[in-house]
Write a protein that binds this ligand. Structure first.
Ligand code: ADP
Ligand code: ADP
Length: 226
């Protein structure tokens, strides 16, 4: 677990687009934050800066007591789940889950135990030897979640992870993500443009507009203003 401090963060892309403008957010240990707002408002850019995947033009992002941009990518205690799953197509589900742990030289027995635990939680045990192409969209999304949880990261980052799924599966997976996050008490930032998803998942919502914070509060505070 870790708190996250986003302090006066701005992003100006080469070419001059001011995608994020002076954003301040303090995220508590184990809190689930949802970033919402119209397409192009800067959600993805902000998430990618927290992940350290995008350089920060101004301001700082700290996770625990460390400034993100001073941490080597391999040492960042963050796992990210994307919309397109980003699974390795040539590897089995087991190897996809084990990949990040093997990279970190985790002992074999521990890799097996952690993969088994994640597979049990996500109910993907029957598919461990399959390749991603032999899975349904929902099963692939579970594998992508599994890759995030086997590492037991301090922070989960989600970039529209459910938007490729059909409506029914979205509702199911939404519930499971919340359950999993509560159970693991992992601090989470979740990007979506789906209001219902935002309201169901969030401890607090951050509404972005034109790269700046328009509102921040619990779902009740944000959506039920008189
Ligand atoms: P959202 O995730 O809310 O849809 P983005 O963070 O993707 O918004 O984009 C915010 C703004 O930054 C948009 O105007 C977008 O066109 C611009 N943008 C995003 N990525 C880049 C990039 N790599 N280079 C230049 N401009 C970008
Ligand atoms: P770790 O679990 O150690 O964080 P990842 O599994 O996220 O490592 O992958 C390491 C790198 O490979 C990342 O930069 C990621 O974006 C990239 N990557 C992940 N999946 C794929 C894929 N299917 N094809 C190409 N690159 C990928």
């Amino acid at each position: 677990m870790a708190s996250i401090i986003i302090d006066q963060v701005s992003k100006i892309y080469d070419g001059g687009v001011h995608a994020v403008k002076g954003v301040d957010i303090e995220i508590g240990d184990g809190e689930f934050i949802v970033l919402v707002g119209p397409s192009g408002c800067g959600k993805s850019t902000l998430l990618r800066m927290v992940a350290g995947l995008e350089s920060i033009s101004k301001g700082t992002v700290s996770i625990g007591d460390r400034v993100v941009n001073e941490i080597e990518p391999a040492d960042r205690d963050i796992a990210m789940v994307f919309q397109n799953y980003a699974l390795y197509p040539h590897m089995s589900v087991f190897d996809n889950l084990a990949y990040g742990l093997r990279n970190r030289k985790t002992p074999k027995a521990e890799i097996e135990a952690r993969v088994a635990e994640a597979a049990r939680m996500l109910e993907i045990e029957p598919y461990l030897q399959r390749k991603p192409k032999a899975l349904s969209g929902g099963q692939r999304q579970r594998v992508a979640m599994g890759r995030a949880i086997v590492r037991k990261p301090a922070v989960f980052l989600f970039d529209e992870p459910l938007s490729n799924l059909d409506a029914k599966l979205r509702v199911t997976m939404r519930g499971e993500i919340r359950k999993l996050q509560r159970r693991l008490s992992t601090t989470a930032i979740y990007v979506t443009h789906d209001q219902l998803e935002a309201m169901t998942l969030a401890d607090r919502l951050v509404v972005l507009n034109g790269g700046a914070i328009e509102q921040i509060g619990t779902p009740l505070e944000v959506y039920h203003r008189p």
